[in-house]
Every structure is written in C-alpha cells, then in structure tokens.
Write a new protein. Structure first.
Length: 177
C-alpha cells in the first residue's frame, strides 16, 4: 500500500488559505483553487499542508487520499515554479516555427501543420527550429501539449526521423543488407 497521502506538502513561498474543503493558493507563477472531496480534510501546520481521511476504514477513501495529495502537490509546485519538457524534431527539413499563438510545423508532409497553443502554455524554439521547450504551470496541460506535438510525426524505427520527447528512446531496426 502506498503511503503518498501521509506525506506533508510544503507551502513555503506560497500564500495558502483554507475554507472548508477548498484550498486557495497564490504563488509567483500561478494562483488558483483546489476542491477536496468530503472524505478528506486538510489542515495547515508550520508551512505544511496535511491531508487526513475522515474514515480510515474505507478502502475507497484511501485511494482518494493519495491521489488528491499528489494532484494538490503538483498544483502547488506549479504555482512556485513552471514545469517544462523538451521536444526534439529529427529529420532533414523538419522544423517548427513559432508564429503568434500557434506553431507552424514542416514535417515532411505535402503541407505545413498549424498547431494552436492552449492558454497557459509557452513554447520556446531554438534557431534551428528542431528543439522545443514546452513549459506551463499546469503539469497535465504541459505533458498533454508535448504529447500532441509528438503525435504529429511519430519517430520511424529505421532512420529515427520524427518528433519525440528528449528523454524518449527509439528502438532502431536494421535495414536491408
């Protein structure tokens, strides 16, 4: 059984107010609210948020306890500092270009692909157009945008050309001999 729910959440450098089941937070990068279910309660002690279960016998509540603790910790971490991930475009002539609120990709198709950026996501592209840095204060949104960009042209196994995350490993195949 996981003990994630028992870990306290540090709220140093954040303004946090508790109103019943609602946690309001404000940091240097973001602010917002988080609503906890009725089976959980929250208290603030010495710059730490502590989540507690109302009924420790219910197995369903134990699952909620760890999940909501992790989700709340991610939101509070994003309010302090933005999450970021790197996306790499590999291939001759493959590149991305930032134009206002969308990215124009040239990925070897007969047409260019326009990718609209959602609110709250920033993308930085280097001079070559092949290294993108996706950042946001919302961890889920940042990961979702990075995966949707990677889905535009999946890496192929023979030459390794396509769009992938920096940390992703491509299993290469041997061609004809």
């Amino acid at each position: 059984m996981s003990k994630i729910g028992r870990k306290p959440i540090s709220v140093q450098d954040l303004e946090v107010t508790l109103e019943g089941q609602t946690v309001r937070y404000k940091g240097s990068k973001d602010s917002g609210t988080y609503e906890l279910p009725d089976c959980l309660s929250v208290k603030l002690e010495n710059n730490f948020l502590i989540l507690e279960m109302a009924d420790s016998q219910d197995k369903k509540n134990k699952k909620f306890w760890g999940m909501h603790r992790a989700l709340l910790a991610n939101e509070l971490a994003g309010a302090k500092q933005e999450f970021s991930t790197d996306v790499v475009i590999v291939g001759l002539g493959y590149k991305g270009e930032l134009k206002g609120n969308f990215i124009e990709f040239s990925l070897g198709y007969s047409h260019k692909i326009n990718f609209d950026l959602p609110e709250g996501v920033k993308v930085e592209i280097d001079k070559s157009g092949q290294k993108l840095k996706v950042s946001s204060s919302d961890k889920f949104l940042m990961g979702d945008v990075a995966q949707r960009i990677c889905a535009l042209r999946r890496p192929e196994p023979y030459k390794g050309t396509g769009v992938r995350l920096q940390t992703q490993q491509i299993l290469r195949k041997v061609g004809k001999s």
